[in-house]
Design a protein. Structure first.
Lengths: 290, 393
């Protein structure tokens, strides 16, 4: 069984690492980069396939040379056998369709094209489109399963069974169980958690985790870097030329007009807070204050 | 006269034969945009609703009452529940069908829709991605403002640095992750003869709850078109085994109050969240969060993180729009995207040390102070004024 994971190097939004400008926007220069949190969950889902089915894992990413840092962090989580970095100046400025074109070509080269399942995160924390995964799946011709909260694979039947969480905002949520023939592309839901129940799984878990530690220390031994030519992509379909969309402008969202008359209260003044408390009960209605 | 790229196609989502709210919101915005468009360009392009499902015929009329000029529906037991692979092919075939477009317009030249809308929810987000990969055109996600304009564009690649005019371009505005910036995405038609692609439709996914529906008008008339889909045998091997409706653990609608927190918890996250939870309990309120919190920027215990720092709790354009009687915003600066989610609240109390925070103008009472200092005092007062009658849910 062969698995591939698509990951992304993203700004680290955790406190202490993230830096915001005075106007509330992200200060990219001062903010560190890490393996994106959703990418990390995708790696955990791939690790499950390693522990349970002995899958070989390749982690892939498109990015500048420094993105190998994301691959190393991903290897530590997944005990990946191979790390693939797709890096070329002509990939720069790609929208999701042009990014998917690079990733499709890359994944077609993993294990000689014999990949059974591809994992990606829910969405990137910076771009936040969630489009690159499904578009890569479509280009690969793999069945796309999004919002997957857990999955199992029937190796003999070559099928996957997955549970998906479909959230219809403000409506309700649906848990769906779906079966699909391999190969599939799984976008992992943020709530995904692997569980290893049997003793043999726990032993395998420990063994691969140790191996992952060793491998990640020498991750460059497992790293392969591909440029556009080595990937065999058509330059017309990647980077800026391959992107139907452009960012036309970025502007500050205008402040909404003040809609309320604001009373300012000193937060250390007990007397005033007493009135606020009374007001809160009054607003919540139907309450008699004794 | 027919053009190659015409009309605005809206992909409708529904449950149990009823369109979900975002579907009607998309139709409302489509109606407004295309009326402006037809006036400005003296044309007669249509809002076309696309519906996939089983026993959906009776919904089609409703879609016309809510703004569609034409409805193309595909009815089959195989389309009962959405499957990305199957639905992507059916929608793409509908979008590329001159024959179908010919049933409601002169479509002699028709190739693909000019514009296309999807819902930015967990179905439409993925469906829009795969359909646009199939149609090989551009897609912007999570849009909350749309404008159609003739634009002069100067772009390093698209226009080789020259200024060029692009007519009838859809400006797609999306709020970024910070909530402070708006990015406008354009999908520009391809003018590079070396690339055999046409960048139509210009497509986007639309945030639920942003646009207004139009009033249901039963005098509206339109064309309803029955499309008979065919399926690839292999695709039907993707099978839905079970479908269960679950109630979200977070219930904003049946609570009279919502207490929300943001990055202001930062000095002692675990303790502050505990205070917020106590306040929520005292007021019998639900707990909300601002968008940055859902990215789990603070180290807290696993149980706190999985209970509170979750997307389901986000109030704002990236989460839920709420309108409780009482909204308490603690340590929330008030990014536009958060304000949009709570501005309909009856009464707003903010707790924040920074009097310049935008949330101040959105509050009826602004309590100046750090949440760790203010909440314990406020809790004291609330407890000593314990109401005689409990808050009715």
């Amino acid at each position: 069984m062969n698995a591939a994971v698509i990951v992304k190097l993203e700004p680290d939004f955790s406190e202490g690492n993230v830096s915001y400008n005075a106007d509330g926007t992200l200060n990219r220069a001062e903010t560190k980069s890490i393996l994106g949190p959703h990418s990390a969950i995708a790696c955990a889902a791939a690790f499950y396939a390693k522990v349970k089915y002995g899958a070989r894992i390749a982690i892939t990413t498109m990015g500048p040379p420094v993105a190998d840092m994301a691959l190393q962090q991903a290897q530590l989580i997944s005990d990946a056998d191979e790390l693939h970095l797709y890096s070329d100046r002509i990939f720069a400025g790609a929208d999701t369709l042009a990014t998917a074109e690079v990733l499709r070509n890359g994944i077609s080269k993993v294990e000689g094209g014999a990949v059974d399942v591809v994992f990606s995160g829910h969405r990137a924390s910076d771009g936040e489109t969630g489009q690159t995964g499904p578009q890569t799946a479509w280009k690969l011709g793999f069945t796309f399963l999004g919002n997957v909260v857990d999955y199992d694979i029937d190796i003999e039947m070559r099928t996957v069974r997955a549970r998906r969480m479909i959230s219809l905002q403000g409506f309700y949520d649906i848990i769906e169980e779906v079966e699909a023939p391999l190969p599939v592309f799984i976008a992992v839901d943020p709530s995904y958690k692997a569980s290893f129940r049997t003793i043999s799984q726990r032993l395998a878990f420990e063994k691969y985790r140790k191996e992952a530690n060793l491998r990640a220390q020498n991750f460059k031994q497992h790293l392969k870097v591909f440029n556009a030519q080595q990937l065999g992509v058509d330059p017309k379909f990647v980077g800026l030329p391959g992107s139907p969309t452009i960012v036309y402008k970025v502007e500050r969202i205008p402040k909404a007009k003040a809609s309320r008359k604001t009373e300012v209260v000193d937060g250390s003044n007990r007397e005033e807070l007493r009135k606020v408390a009374a007001k809160m009960y009054e607003i919540l209605g139907g309450m008699v204050i004794k | 006269m027919s053009e190659k790229y015409e009309h605005l196609y809206v992909v409708i989502e529904h449950e149990d034969g009823k369109p979900i709210p975002v579907s009607l919101e998309m139709l409302g915005e489509a109606r407004r945009l295309m009326e402006g468009f037809n006036n400005k360009y003296s044309s007669n392009e249509n809002v076309v609703a696309v519906v996939l499902g089983h026993n959906v015929r009776k919904m089609c009329e409703e879609l016309i009452f809510f703004g569609a000029d034409a409805v193309i529906y595909a009815d089959s037991p195989e389309l009962q529940h959405t499957r990305n692979l199957v639905d992507t092919k059916v929608i793409s075939r509908i979008a590329e069908s001159r024959e179908l477009a010919g049933k409601f317009s002169d479509a002699a030249e028709f190739v693909k829709p000019r514009y296309m809308f999807f819902a930015a929810d967990s179905i439409g987000r993925h469906l829009s991605s795969t359909v646009l990969a199939e149609l090989e055109s551009g897609l912007a996600s999570d849009i909350n403002k749309l404008v159609i304009e003739d634009l002069e564009i100067k772009h390093e690649h698209k226009t080789k640095g020259q200024s060029m005019k692009y007519e009838k371009t859809l400006e797609m505005y999306r709020p970024d992750f910070s909530g402070f910036l708006w990015t406008t995405i354009l999908c520009l038609d391809n003018r590079n003869p070396a690339i055999a692609r046409e960048y139509y439709p210009q497509a986007c996914s639309i945030i639920p709850g942003v646009f207004a529906q139009i009033a249901r008008d039963t005098s509206r008339r339109g064309t309803i078109i029955d499309y008979q889909p065919t399926f690839d045998e292999h695709d039907l091997k993707v099978r839905i085994l079970e479908r269960k409706i679950v109630k979200s653990a977070v219930d904003f609608d049946s609570h009279k109050g919502i207490v929300s927190f943001g990055r202001g918890i930062k000095d002692s996250p675990e303790q502050n969240i505990k205070l917020v939870a106590e306040l929520a309990e005292q007021l019998e309120a639900e707990v909300g969060i601002s968008l940055p919190i859902s990215k789990k920027p603070f180290a807290v215990s696993e149980s706190t993180s999985s209970e509170y720092m979750i997307p389901d709790r986000v109030v704002g354009t990236s989460g839920r729009k709420v309108a409780p009687l009482l909204y308490v915003a603690m340590g929330i600066s008030g990014a536009m995207q958060h304000i949009a989610g709570m501005k309909e609240a009856g009464f707003v109390v903010a707790i924040n040390p920074d009097e310049n925070a935008p949330i101040k103008d959105e509050s009826d009472i602004f309590i100046k102070g750090r949440m760790e200092d203010v909440i314990p005092l406020l809790l004291d007062e609330l407890r000593s004024q314990k109401p005689a009658i409990k808050v009715k849910k």
